[in-house]
Design a protein around this ligand. Structure first.
Ligand SMILES: Nc1ncnc2c1ncn2[C@@H]1O[C@H](COP(=O)(O)OP(=O)(O)OP(=O)(O)O)[C@@H](O)[C@H]1O
Ligand SMILES: [Zn+2]
Length: 669
């Protein structure tokens, strides 16, 4: 018998066998079209076998094996298998996600007309570097980092800890260049789509002849499929993309770079809940090649591994161009009546920059005008009908909007409960800050950059261009602006509203706040002008702010690690979350309780199962959500437990509308 085993995109943990007369082991990795129920489905052949556990007369024949593109290579299948196993997802779902949409549907892109010479495989990176580009001579620390990376021929995880503006990107470029010179491929991951264009142009400027593929969800269907195939066939030399790029097949992969490795965007929060950074490390191990995790504020997980000697730490302690890092100060707002959220000290500093023709950035990580609209007469507040969240006031287009489900409604003229016409916006978002600054500095050119003002790639590029052209005096931005950008005329960063994150319930909140402030502060004083960072706070002596003032990531990180150790949080324990959502909280909790009882029967002493509880955002899009935390200080034990549990969970009785999923190494609580 010639039988193929197929992974189908179904929420089932099993594979499916089909008859495939004439098939052979060399068909493993081809996409295949098969009958399923009353329709046809696309899948991937993951095995070729002689006998099935199913009776042969029950097996249906495949409809067609699609050999129009080369088979997906074994190491790619192995990556998907690992991802499925580790993150407790069906293999077919992982593969469907890992393939570009066009290939997943069984189509393939039309071959592109040969582009004139652009990617000509001939005249590229021969011995001398691209002649027209003038290479900066590396600082000693950069040089040392590059040498260590390029001289490493086997698997090794490097943690490139470099302060903002220390020239990490320069190190990546050199390492990529060396990789390409050996005729190998490099993969570079960035946390956000918004960061790909500028990096792409830097790579292209440095390696103009290299065949570069960009992989992210905003790339058009055909181009994405073509990029995937270019990588698969070995034509592409550099793949640059967001987390999904980790699934690009690369037969000659020799170097992986994960920029801003601490960024939570590397973890997918729905569907297949994988961490691209962690998969990248697995992939580097699989390929026996070096991987570089870069950050000014490494994740505590990575830093912990580096301290323990599992990762090799490379440090860039100095900025590459500016003399000194920006001076960081706190502004004590305890005794001050703020003017629309702004302290006198910050206003003066902004004024000074205006006078000198320099740029400033006011950082507030909350978009909209105000987080809630309230009625002072009766206590009504704007709540989302579908979520356990407030509707945010968006004055720019006169709407109340839920930032969780997107529900929106016009701002009411009067209180829906008592008719009072004097409704008050409470708190402050970027739009409100913008109005306040326009009022205070009428002569200044003020630009707000957040997901509302930059809601398309085009708008975002236009905003960036006008900042670079020096057409802006004061920028107002969320964390969108905090990452990766180089604005030479920016000399002042003011942070407002940061305190909120100091006492958040999430144990990762301080880590995120520190990273955000460090990163946004790092936007200032990157060229020859000195930078200053002012943090408005009611807790000026808080150790987190003190560590920022001293530019001491390491002190902050070590004290956080101490706290995590005492509290038994990651990276000292490993976690997984079982979540359920349904039309009633009772149902969701009951399902989890049942799952817990079930688990108690086989969970060994390594496993701690907590009680099911409502999630913090306990209602989202009219679904009531609960979760159950599982913890262990032994990762293999946790993995073993989850695999058993997962199988059992599929058999549990549940209301038809209830959905559940497992999230391994969750970042959201
Ligand atoms: N050795 C060098 N000599 C001169 N200029 C350099 C050198 N290395 C980097 N630069 C320049 O310094 C600036 C910052 O470098 P780069 O963007 O690589 O830093 P980074 O660490 O990646 O920054 P961040 O993480 O803060 O975005 C860039 O303008 C870059 O061209
Ligand atoms: Zn909502």
């Amino acid at each position: 018998m010639s039988i193929v085993r197929v992974a189908l995109d179904l929420p089932l943990l099993r594979l499916f066998d089909y008859l495939a007369p004439g098939a052979s082991a060399s068909d493993i990795g081809y996409r295949v079209s098969v009958p399923f129920g009353r329709s046809l489905r696309m899948g991937v052949i993951v095995d070729w076998i002689a006998t099935s556990e199913q009776p042969v007369d029950k097996l249906k024949p495949v409809t067609a094996i699609l050999r129009d593109i080369p088979p997906l290579p074994t190491d790619w299948l192995a990556l998907c298998e690992f991802c499925a196993r580790y993150y407790q997802a069906p293999l077919g779902e992982v593969m469907a996600f890992a393939l570009p949409p066009m290939l997943r549907r069984g189509k393939h892109p039309r071959p592109q007309k040969a582009k004139k010479d652009l990617n000509a495989v001939s005249a590229k990176h021969e011995s001398k570097p691209a002649s027209t580009v003038c290479l900066p001579s590396l600082l000693a620390a950069q040089q040392a980092a590059v040498e260590q990376i390029v001289s490493t021929t086997a698997f090794q995880t490097f943690l490139l800890h470099g302060v903002t503006g220390s020239g990490k990107t320069e190190v990546y470029l050199r390492a990529i260049e060396a990789t390409l010179a050996q005729g190998r491929q490099a993969l570079m991951l960035v946390p956000e789509i918004a960061l790909t264009p500028q990096l792409e142009s830097r790579v292209r400027a440095r390696l103009p002849h290299a065949h570069l593929v960009v992989a992210n969800s905003s790339v058009a269907d055909a181009a994405r499929a073509r990029g995937f195939l270019d990588a698969l066939t070995g034509n592409a030399e550099i793949v640059l993309g967001t987390r999904l790029a980790i699934f690009t097949p690369l037969p000659r992969l020799r170097l992986i770079i994960v920029d801003e490795e601490h960024d939570a965007s590397f973890k997918q929060q729905d569907g297949v809940r994988y961490s691209a950074r962690d998969l990248a490390i697995w992939r580097a191990h699989q390929q026996n090649c070096p991987i570089v995790l870069g950050s000014a504020t490494p994740s505590l997980e990575s830093f912990h591994h580096a301290l323990a000697g599992r990762y090799h730490m490379l440090t860039l302690p100095l900025r590459a161009v500016a003399e000194a890092p920006p001076i960081v100060r706190t502004i004590d707002t305890r005794r001050e009546k703020l003017q629309e959220g702004l302290s006198v000290a910050l206003i003066n500093a902004l004024e000074q920059r205006l006078g000198r023709g320099e740029q400033s950035l006011v950082f507030l990580n909350r978009r909209g005008y105000a987080p809630v609209l309230a009625c002072p007469a009766c206590g009504w507040i704007s709540r989302c009908q579908h979520c356990a969240a407030n509707l945010v006031v968006h004055l720019a287009d006169k709407h109340l909007r839920c930032h969780h489900c997107g529900f929106e409604t016009a701002i009411p003229h009067a209180c829906p409960d008592c008719g009072n016409v004097d409704l008050q916006p409470f708190g402050r978002g970027t739009q409100r800050l913008e109005s306040a600054l326009i009022e205070r500095f009428p002569q200044a050119r003020i630009l707000r950059v957040d997901r509302d003002s930059a809601n398309s790639a085009k708008k975002w590029q236009a905003l960036l261009a006008s900042i670079h052209a020096g057409e802006v005096d004061i920028l107002i931005g969320t964390q969108m602006l905090a990452k990766g950008h180089d604005f030479p005329k920016l000399t002042l960063v003011g942070a407002v509203g940061a305190d909120a994150a100091l006492f958040a319930a999430d144990f990762r909140a301080p880590e995120r706040l520190f990273a955000q402030l460090m990163q946004v502060g790092g936007r200032s004083g990157r060229a020859d002008l000195p930078g200053e960072v002012l943090i408005q706070t009611e807790y000026p002596t808080h150790p987190l702010y003190q560590a920022l003032i001293d530019h001491d990531y390491s002190r902050f990180a070590q004290s956080q690690l101490e706290e995590r150790k005492t509290a038994g949080f990651p990276p000292f324990t490993f976690q997984a979350m079982l979540r359920a959502e349904s039309r009633s909280m009772g149902e969701s909790v009951a399902f989890l309780a049942q799952a817990r009882d079930f688990a108690l029967a086989f969970a060994d002493s390594y496993i701690t199962l907590y009680e099911p509880v409502p999630m913090r955002l306990h209602r989202l899009m009219a679904l009531e959500r609960a979760q159950l935390l599982v913890e262990s200080d032994n990762r293999p034990a946790l993995q073993h437990f989850l695999a058993q549990w997962q199988t059992a969970l599929y058999t549990l009785k549940r209301p038809r509308t209830l959905r559940w999923h497992v999230d391994v190494d969750p970042l959201e609580f």
